[in-house]
Design a protein around this ligand. Structure first.
Ligand SMILES: C[S@@+](CC[C@H](N)C(=O)[O-])C[C@H]1O[C@@H](n2cnc3c(N)ncnc32)[C@H](O)[C@@H]1O
Length: 232
């Protein structure tokens, strides 16, 4: 048996991202400037995290750290975690004032309920679908009650996850409904979602974001109130 962090799948993902890290950073470090809808969801996430004030945000699968820095600038104290040592080295170089740690979303080196938010922007896309429920359970463990999770991913209509030949390494796209159901089974409550069509220079797939939160109440006493339930 491999320890979780040394599984062949994680080894392959790490090796693939180590190999492309400088090119990835060059291509994507400024990409948020051209993505107003992503920025809108990131801003909503930041506001909700700050309103709950339950702890820092971990950007898990942070790559070269541009989304980490964007989130930190919006207000919540944010640090990055990535499987790839090369990505972490680039992130530290680009953002020396921020914290970046090597680690895997499958076994986070974090105590229970210490985070106010988790960002996982296009980082669960490489996780084999059968392993994703365990990752979401790990996210539940480290999130404080009321903490938020924002996922970015390639979308599709098929209810089953679809493998595709991502340029770096094997990846999967999900329908928002299927991923939302998996998150619900892991104990999360949906807050909102966004799906947009791809731009000309992107892959042909729609791009989606799902925003969910860990309930304040313990399991069994379901807290399913919508956010800011102050309306009439
Ligand atoms: C497509 S890149 C996304 C990077 C960045 N979040 C962005 O939006 O540009 C996927 C990143 O997830 C990281 N990753 C993949 N599986 C991971 C895991 N199990 N734990 C931590 N990071 C992981 C990869 O090393 C890579 O840096």
């Amino acid at each position: 048996m491999f320890p979780v962090t040394e599984s062949p799948v994680l080894h392959d993902i790490r090796a693939a991202y180590d190999a492309v890290a400088p090119l990835y950073a060059e291509l994507f470090s400024n990409v948020l400037e051209t993505l107003p809808m992503e920025r809108a969801m990131l801003a909503a996430f930041a506001e909700l995290v700050q309103a709950h004030n339950a702890g820092p945000v971990a950007d898990i699968g942070c790559g070269p750290g541009h989304v980490t820095a964007h989130m930190h600038a919006l207000g919540p104290t944010t640090f990055g975690i990535d499987l790839s040592a090369e990505m972490i080295a680039l992130a530290r170089r680009a953002h020396p004032d921020l914290r970046f740690d090597e680690g895997s979303m499958t076994a986070l080196d974090l105590a229970d309920e210490v985070l106010g938010g988790i960002l996982a922007f296009y980082s669960i896309i490489h996780t084999p679908p059968r392993q994703l429920p365990a990752v979401f359970t790990e996210f539940q463990r480290v999130l404080a009650p009321g903490g938020h999770l924002l996922l970015g991913f390639f979308a599709g209509d098929n209810p089953l996850p679809q493998e595709f030949d991502h340029k770096v390494t094997l990846a999967y796209r999900w329908s928002s409904d299927s991923l939302a159901e998996l998150l619900r089974q892991a104990g999360f409550v949906e807050v909102g979602r966004l799906q947009r069509e791809p731009h000309q220079d992107e892959r042909q797939f729609p791009q989606a974001q799902l925003l969910v939160r860990k309930p304040l109440a313990p399991p069994g006493a379901a807290d399913t109130r919508p956010e800011h339930d102050t309306g009439p």
